[in-house]
Design a protein around this ligand. Structure first.
Ligand SMILES: Cc1cc2nc3c(=O)[nH]c(=O)nc-3n(C[C@H](O)[C@H](O)[C@H](O)COP(=O)(O)O)c2cc1C
Length: 178
């Protein structure tokens, strides 16, 4: 599969947990996106809301890894108001992935993944080879089947579907609409 980079943003730890699990499974390097102005507490939550709804892109701390050095880039974000998080928006605006092999994952309370992935696709400038959406409850329960299916999809390579004998493709992993 070549060299893999996982780039993610996480405010309260769910996306971090998924990123770290995937990093072990894929032997990937990991880059956590950090914002210059932290968004903690109730005021921070309000800022998250404003930034997500308005499509703002906050300033980021500099990152160490260059996605151009990798064969596959995984981009992970929490869903914020049916959008990607504003820090992940900032990163994607600075690192268009067009022409590269990349995949998306997101975490959420319950809804908004499809819209967030559509936005990420526009920012990335292309189509992800796979996507994974997990709820907080699924993460707490280990999300093993969905993680297995996602990893399998990534290993299979672009343009092919993974089917276990007698089983349909797990619904958590979907090729984004063209
Ligand atoms: C500002 C904000 C907006 C959110 N909006 C949504 C939403 O639209 N849909 C949803 O299902 N969950 C929403 N959530 C819940 C998070 O997506 C969810 O808890 C996620 O796992 C958090 O990831 P993290 O722990 O990595 O920060 C929101 C959380 C925050 C802080």
């Amino acid at each position: 599969m070549g060299r893999t980079l996982i780039v993610y943003h996480s405010r309260s730890g769910h996306t971090r947990r998924v990123a770290r699990t995937l990093a072990v499974r894929l032997a990937a390097d990991v880059e956590e996106i950090q914002i210059v102005q932290p968004l903690d507490g109730p005021l921070g939550y309000a800022m998250c809301a404003i930034e997500a709804i308005a499509g703002l892109a906050p300033a980021l701390r500099s990152t160490a890894r260059d996605p151009a050095d990798y064969d596959l880039v995984l981009v992970g974000t929490p869903v914020w108001f049916w959008s990607l998080s504003s820090p992940m928006r900032s990163w994607l605006e600075r690192h268009p992935l067009k022409g590269r092999r990349f995949a998306f994952f997101c975490t959420m309370g319950g809804s908004g993944a499809a819209r967030a992935f559509t936005m990420m696709k526009q920012l990335a400038g292309g189509k992800p080879v796979a996507t994974l959406a997990l709820t907080d409850d699924e993460i707490d329960a280990g999300a093993r089947a969905k993680l297995d299916a996602f990893v399998s999809e990534l290993r299979t390579g672009p343009g092919r579907r993974t089917r276990r004998r007698g089983h349909k493709l797990a619904p958590a992993v979907s090729r984004a609409a063209a």
